[in-house]
Each structure stands twice: as structure tokens, then as C-alpha cells.
Design a protein around this ligand. Structure first.
Ligand SMILES: [Zn+2]
Length: 366
């Protein structure tokens, strides 16, 4: 047999077997199991065959039965652990999912809140821009009054209050919108004044020297009327008057206008006097500074205005109504102003009128 295991030991080193003493493992030896090939079966795997080498490296594997049993236990344990892990992982995933859903809901709510806030901010920005544009338009219209002698015709303090109010409303779009409408209305009001002034300056409804004089001095911003008994409350013989409640309207007395001595020279001088009252009312700060030069007397100051700026004007007039009849007429309050007072009137007049103003927003100029 070619695959018969070699007998133990080295055949070359062992003494050759004798016929009487057959070598161990030789076929036919009594008591010894037959050679594997002769029995047609190998010895059990876990028992070395007789005559086989005892080399451990060639020992067949041990009986696997006990190992499979431990392996099954291990496998079952592993499966159980894996199942537990899977269940645990699933539970963890479920918790994570619920927590993620909560976070998503919270984030969605925050995003919604942020979007609402952004929309709110956009509305605010839009309204602030609208208000800024309306105020710029108002300032542009106000600039058209440059040169107008009546300082109060452009109510800067009202505009400053409007800006202050809009600043206080800067987080409330609806209120800023209302402020914008007010600015637009103010601009429209100024435009109306400009249009009316152009019409007033270009017409003479009363057809009198009163009105032509007032139109020329006032640039159309001051109206004239000839009416009955409006000024008599101040005393008889009053030829004209101006009320502080409406300083842009000069009343000329219809009775005085019909006097036989009345002429256009007198009407012109009377108009100068009344126009001085218009300027006094519409330039209160400058007037307060000038009045002490006239001992606080508005009428003396108004007479002085006519005496200073109307060439040839006097307070006493002799009016000839025929070749042999005349009227001696005294216009005014009987006090001819000094040169010093006239200079005061010149200085006062030179400083009158609409002065450009810078409105402040939030405490800073804009
Ligand atoms: Zn007067």
C-alpha cells in the first residue's frame, strides 16, 4: 500500500524484523487489529491507528459534537443580543424620530415666526421709505417759498413734530403710514398756497390801489378785501386792519375807501402800514426783537415801515378836492419815526422771511 502510514521510527535506523518477531502492526499479528486497508475501514478518527505515527500534527479532529452545541448556544446568545440590540436600536430610533419631529416642529414654528418678523420688518422698511420720500417731497415744496417774507407760512416746527412723531412710530408701520399721509397732505397744502399766490398776484379782485400794493409787497401770499365795518371794532376812522387769527388777509374799510379825500396815494400808504402788520404777525421772533425800538408800539412801528420804504410818504396830507377845497388828513398814529428807528425797520425787514431749516430725525440732523 502506497499510503500506508510509515511505521513508527525510521526504518533505516530500526533493526529489520525477524520472521519470528514480526514488526508490530504487521498483518496477521494475533491480537492486533487488521490493517486498515484489509478491514476496509479506517480506525476511528479520534483513535490513532495501530502502527500509525503519533505525530500530533496529523491527529484527526476531535469529535465536533460538543463544539456544535456550544456554538449553537453562542449563536443563540448572539442572536438574542442582536435582537435586543435591534429592538433597542429601533426604540432609540423611535425616540430620535419623535425628538426630531419635535425639533422640526419647533424649527418650523421659529421659521414661521422669523418669516412673520421679516414681513413686519419689510412693511416697516417700506413705510419708512415712503415717509422719507414724502418728507423729501415736502422739503422740496417748502424750498419754493424761499424769499417769501412771511416766516410762518412754512410751519417748520409742525414738520419737526411730524418727524419726531414718525420716529416714535418707527416700529409701527400703520402709524408711520398715517404720518406719511400727513406729510403728503402738508406738501399738498403748500402747493395750494403757491398756486393761490400766483393767482392772487396776477389779479386784482377789488380793483384798488390797496390790493395792487398788497399783491406787490406780499408776492400774492397776502389777500386783500374791502369790507364794511370789519375794522371798526378797533375804533371809528380805522381805514384798515389785520387780525392775528388770519394774518394773510388785510381788511380795508369800505367806508374809508369811499371818503371824498381818499386817493391812491393815501391807499398806497395805508396798504404799506397794514402790510407791516402782516409782517409783524408772521415774523414773531424778529418782531419781538425790533419792537423795543418803538417802545413796544406796533402802530408806530407800522407807520415807520411806510415812512421808511414808501418814497415821499408822510403822515399828514392836504388833499385838494377842487380848486378851492382841500382836506387835511392825518394817516397813522402821529409819531414820525427817527432815523435810528428807520434803520431798525430796515434791519428787521432784511431778516424776515422763510429760512431753510434742517429737520432732525431721532436727535440727529437729516
Ligand atoms: Zn395799524
Amino acid at each position: 500500500m502506497d499510503d500506508q502510514p510509515a511505521p513508527a521510527g525510521n526504518a533505516a535506523e530500526s533493526p529489520p524484523p525477524t520472521p519470528e518477531q514480526p514488526a508490530a502492526g504487521e498483518a496477521g499479528a494475533p491480537g492486533a487489529p487488521p490493517p486498515a486497508d484489509e478491514l476496509g475501514a479506517l480506525p476511528p478518527a479520534d483513535q490513532p491507528g495501530l502502527g500509525e505515527a503519533e505525530e500530533p500534527g496529523l491527529r484527526p479532529p476531535a469529535d465536533p459534537s460538543p463544539r456544535r452545541s456550544r456554538g449553537a448556544v453562542v449563536a443563540i446568545s448572539l442572536l438574542a443580543v442582536a435582537l435586543l440590540l435591534a429592538v433597542g436600536f429601533g426604540a432609540w430610533l423611535a425616540v430620535q424620530f419623535v425628538q426630531a419631529q419635535d425639533r422640526i416642529s419647533e424649527q418650523e414654528r421659529r421659521i414661521s415666526d422669523q418669516q412673520d418678523e421679516i414681513e413686519h420688518q419689510k412693511d416697516l422698511i417700506d413705510e419708512k421709505e415712503s415717509f422719507g420720500a414724502a418728507m423729501n417731497a415736502l422739503m422740496g415744496t417748502a424750498a419754493k417759498f424761499d424769499g417769501a417774507l412771511m416766516a410762518t407760512i412754512v410751519p417748520w416746527s409742525d414738520y419737526q413734530l411730524l418727524v419726531d412723531r414718525a420716529w416714535a412710530h418707527r416700529w409701527e408701520a400703520s402709524k408711520v403710514e398715517a404720518d406719511t399721509r400727513e406729510a403728503e397732505a402738508d406738501a399738498a397744502g403748500l402747493e395750494t398756497l403757491l398756486t393761490a399766490a400766483q393767482q392772487e398776484a396776477g389779479s386784482n379782485a377789488t380793483g384798488t390801489a390797496y390790493e395792487s400794493t398788497i399783491d406787490r409787497l406780499g408776492g400774492g401770499f397776502v389777500r386783500s378785501v374791502v369790507d364794511e365795518q370789519i375794522c371798526t371794532g378797533s375804533g371809528d376812522g380805522i381805514l384798515g386792519c389785520v387780525y392775528g387769527s388770519d394774518p394773510y388777509l388785510v381788511h380795508f374799510d369800505a367806508g374809508g375807501n369811499a371818503e371824498p379825500y381818499m386817493n391812491d396815494e393815501l391807499r398806497t400808504g395805508i396798504a404799506y402800514h397794514e402790510f407791516a402788520h402782516v409782517l409783524q404777525f408772521t415774523n414773531p421772533a424778529a418782531t419781538d426783537a425790533a419792537l423795543p425800538a418803538f417802545d413796544g408800539d406796533w402802530e408806530v412801528m407800522a407807520d415807520c415801515f411806510a415812512l421808511t420804504f414808501l418814497d415821499g410818504w408822510t403822515l399828514d396830507h392836504r388833499i385838494w378836492v377842487s380848486s378851492y377845497e382841500y382836506w387835511d388828513v392825518n394817516i397813522g398814529y402821529g409819531q414820525v419815526c427817527s432815523e435810528s428807528q428807520r434803520q431798525t425797520v430796515r434791519d428787521w425787514y432784511a431778516g424776515l422771511g422763510v429760512a431753510p431749516r434742517t429737520l432732525e430725525v431721532g436727535g440727529t440732523p437729516e
